[in-house]
Design a binder for this molecule. Structure first.
Ligand SMILES: [Zn+2]
Length: 86
């Protein structure tokens, strides 16, 4: 479920729905960790604002949820995007 935390709403959910492909693409990008961490770190998913969820964050689970057909695992476990050839 997505919701806007601004009282009365600020239109972010509506805009996200209208630009859902970009939202999914950015979410996948966030799961590609430059530090190639196991689950989540401050290089990818963790930040001060989501610290109460740090134990639950897992970039691999997130990619599975998003449909991980667009990524593969490269050397060192780094997730690499697959660029369509056609
Ligand atoms: Zn990371």
């Amino acid at each position: 479920m997505l919701y806007d935390r601004t009282p009365g709403g600020a239109g972010f959910v509506q805009e996200a729905r209208d630009r859902w492909a970009e939202v999914e693409s950015k979410a996948r990008d966030m799961c590609i960790c430059p530090a190639a961490c196991e689950r989540a770190c401050y290089e990818c998913l963790k930040d001060f604002g989501n610290q109460s969820y740090h134990e639950s964050l897992d970039r691999n689970d997130a990619l599975t949820f998003l449909g991980n057909r667009a990524v593969s695992t490269g050397p060192g476990g780094i997730l690499l995007p697959i660029i369509p050839t056609d």
